[in-house]
Design a protein around this ligand. Structure first.
Ligand SMILES: [Cu+2]
Length: 220
């Protein structure tokens, strides 16, 4: 349960390709109203990639005290609503962990948080703030809220391709404020599998192009 094949694989890939590790959380896979895994431990600088399955789900940051309410007046991360039939959505949502405080999250689709679609990164040792308690409190939440728009993370397919071709490394934007543990990053090295693959391909083509120019220059 703690070590899914996907998580192990992503950890191996992360260990080979980057200093910080990438952990994958599937969202609503196989028709479930759940995140898998729903409890993670991450280091500062690690990235968590949420991969969405149909029909409609999201991930929204919460505080422990308000399980189905957008974090700190709506300043936390929000993946937007992902609607994609029955299969996986090609657009993942990746957040970067900026401190070791607990990061609580839930699905903002009406009813899903109350049905137990919640999770946590870096749960504290405080026994009064466990995922089980958070989930049971969520069941009693009167309603779910979300920020107005996607924020606080990177959508896989929307990574700026120009930064990917430049080969620039990850850069972390400033805090979104309000003590948010996860803030937005802007990076060509965002750990979207499609983004990375495309970026690497583009990078290789750019390199080949550069070599061709160099070769042509030598011929003249
Ligand atoms: Cu959901």
């Amino acid at each position: 349960m703690m070590y899914s094949p996907a998580l192990l694989l992503s950890s191996l890939v992360g260990a080979v390709s980057a200093a910080s590790s990438l952990q994958v959380v599937t969202v609503g896979k196989s028709g479930s109203l759940s995140y898998s895994p729903d409890q993670l431990t991450a280091n500062v600088g690690d990235k968590i990639e949420f991969q969405f399955f149909g029909p409609t789900h999201s991930v929204v940051q919460a505080s422990f005290d308000e399980p189905c309410t957008a974090f700190n007046g709506g300043t936390g991360f929000f993946a937007g609503m992902s609607t994609n039939g029955n299969g996986p959505n090609p657009n993942s949502f990746t957040i970067t962990i900026n401190d070791t405080k607990p990061v609580w999250f839930y699905c903002g689709f009406p009813g899903h948080c109350q049905a137990g679609m919640v999770g946590v990164i870096n749960v504290s040792s405080n026994k009064s703030e466990t995922l089980d308690i958070f989930r049971s409190n969520a069941a009693n939440a009167a309603k779910s809220t979300t920020p107005k728009q996607q924020q606080g993370g990177v959508i896989g397919a929307f990574v700026n391709p120009s930064s990917a071709t430049s080969g620039s490394t990850a850069s972390t934007a400033g805090s979104t404020g309000g003590g948010s543990a996860a803030t937005q990053t802007s990076s060509g090295a965002a750990p979207s599998h499609t983004g990375n693959d495309a970026g690497q391909l583009r990078g290789e083509f750019a390199l080949l192009g550069g070599l061709a120019v160099a070769a042509a220059a030598m011929l003249v």
